[in-house]
Write a protein that binds this ligand. Structure first.
Ligand code: GLN
Length: 456
């Protein structure tokens, strides 16, 4: 813990941490030592980690990357935080992210951009960019992230680490500051599938405080890593695994270096015994407009709670109550958040609801059905995580649509509520990391982690 606190301090220029608390971390580390001395064992006992600043924490400030929550202190810990602390993990601090998790490059944080440790002139991806950089730069061995439309998978891909977005409902959303509640899902970001399996096992489980929490038994994902497949051999641990390649995930516009690294990874999986089959997700492109209607619609509703009264920022000067709401929100929210509140309010408004929101909901169902058609032909789906490697800081800041388009390969699984993971597939141009995405059917995280572990 001391070693990592020093590393965090020495790497402030990366912008990964919004706060690090030495005293709190050392107290937790001492408590873990005492548990170990009393005979307790556990893979996570005493292991340091840091949380994306979208999870509320009782002992550390929580901002969600927004000025709106500057100075906010939660009276309780998110369920995820509680579970990981309960397993004996040591919280080093809170990690930078896009404001309210809205973004793909971590440049929408109200506090600072985060730098990609592979090339500090590039983005680490977003919105869990602080988590990705912290793990990739070896500031912590593990971090939590959240993924609404790709925010665990894409930054994992851009920084060469492993991350998994579980099935919607697998991990409790209680205490996770809501962006788009029907999509938000927390997951681990770490160096390997093995580490992710250990973390996911501790994080997940039914929570009565989250109305969409799934009634699933506690699962030992670490055991799934090496559980032998029927017919598998030592040389071919993935024998019998059918990997579907959707044609739409390999379009002309896919960057050649990303395509090359992903194809090489697929060839490796074939050597391990997997068979590759062609499948189709015909509505892949539509997932962009569908997501960018549904997510802002839900965000506009969720963010109405930030009114200058209950949490965080309140304008210093105002004429009356309505003026206080307006000024507090105008000052507290950044541009991207305001853009989404406006889009969301528009698509939900009378006269537009049927034309936009309802159509998007219908397409969302069809996108989920397309996946089920694929899963009749294969066990997992594979493809790139993002169409390019990490872009340069500043390159897309003036063009929100360019950011949205870069989410094309992560949005489909989010809309369907399916588990998806990113694992390092190799390197593209300029040595930048490229991620391979694996998508599984509902509650098949074990299959994804098993395949990723065999590959790693
Ligand atoms: N990039 C997507 C967005 O901006 C996804 C963000 C996320 O998963 N939190 O909404």
């Amino acid at each position: 813990t001391k070693h990592l606190l020093a590393r965090v301090a020495a790497h402030e220029h990366l912008g990964a941490f919004l706060c690090a608390d030495t005293e709190h971390a050392l107290t937790q580390a001492a408590a873990a030592d005492a548990r170990r001395a009393a005979g307790e064992r556990g893979a996570l006992l005493g292991v340091p980690l840091a949380h994306k600043d979208i999870f509320v924490t009782r002992d550390l400030p929580t901002t969600a990357g927004s000025k709106m929550l500057a100075g906010y202190q939660s009276p309780f810990d998110a369920t995820v935080v509680q579970h990981l602390s309960g397993a004996g993990m040591v919280t080093i601090g809170k990690l930078n992210c896009d404001e309210f998790a809205m973004g793909s490059g971590n440049e929408n944080s109200a506090f600072s951009a985060v730098k990609n440790p592979w090339d500090v002139t590039r983005v680490p991806g977003g919105s869990s960019g602080g988590s990705a950089t912290a793990v990739a730069a070896r500031l912590v061995p593990a971090a939590t992230g959240t993924d609404t439309g790709g925010s665990i998978r894409q930054p994992a891909s851009f920084t060469g680490i492993t991350g998994i977005k579980p099935t919607y409902g697998r991990v409790s959303r209680y205490g996770m500051i809501a962006f788009a509640s029907s999509l938000d899902q927390a997951g681990p970001m770490a160096r390997s599938a093995e580490d992710c399996a250990l973390l996911l096992g501790a994080m997940s489980g039914f929570d009565e405080r989250d109305a969409t929490s799934a009634q699933q038994p506690k699962t030992d994902f670490a055991a799934a890593l090496t559980a032998p497949r029927e017919g598998a051999t030592a040389a071919q641990p993935l024998k019998g695994l059918r990997i579907g390649l959707p044609a739409e995930f390999f379009p002309q516009a896919l960057a050649a270096d990303v395509n090359g690294a992903v194809r090489a990874a697929l060839a490796e999986l074939e050597k391990l015994g997997a068979t590759l089959v062609d499948v189709s997700l015909p509505r892949t492109e539509l997932s962009i407009p569908v997501y960018y209607i549904i997510a802002p619609a839900e965000a506009s509703s969720n963010l109405s709670r930030f009114d200058g009264v209950r949490y965080g920022h309140r304008a210093a000067q105002y004429d009356n109550l309505v003026d206080m709401y307006k000024k507090s929100r105008a000052e507290g929210f950044g541009d991207e958040v305001k853009r989404r509140i406006m889009i969301g309010t528009y698509v939900l408004s009378h006269g537009y609801y049927d034309a936009y929101y309802l159509q998007a909901q219908k397409l969302r169902r069809m996108i989920a059905d397309d996946f089920q058609a694929c899963f009749r032909q294969c066990d997992v789906i594979a493809g790139p995580v993002a169409p390019t490697v990490a872009w340069k800081l500043g390159d897309k800041t003036d063009d929100p649509v360019a950011n949205y388009l870069a989410d094309i390969f992560t949005l489909p699984a989010s809309l369907a509520g399916l588990p998806g993971m990113s694992l390092p597939a190799g390197h593209g141009d300029a040595g930048l990391p490229v991620g391979l995405q694996l998508i599984g059917n509902y509650f098949q995280e074990g299959t994804l982690l098993h395949a990723a572990h065999a590959f790693q």
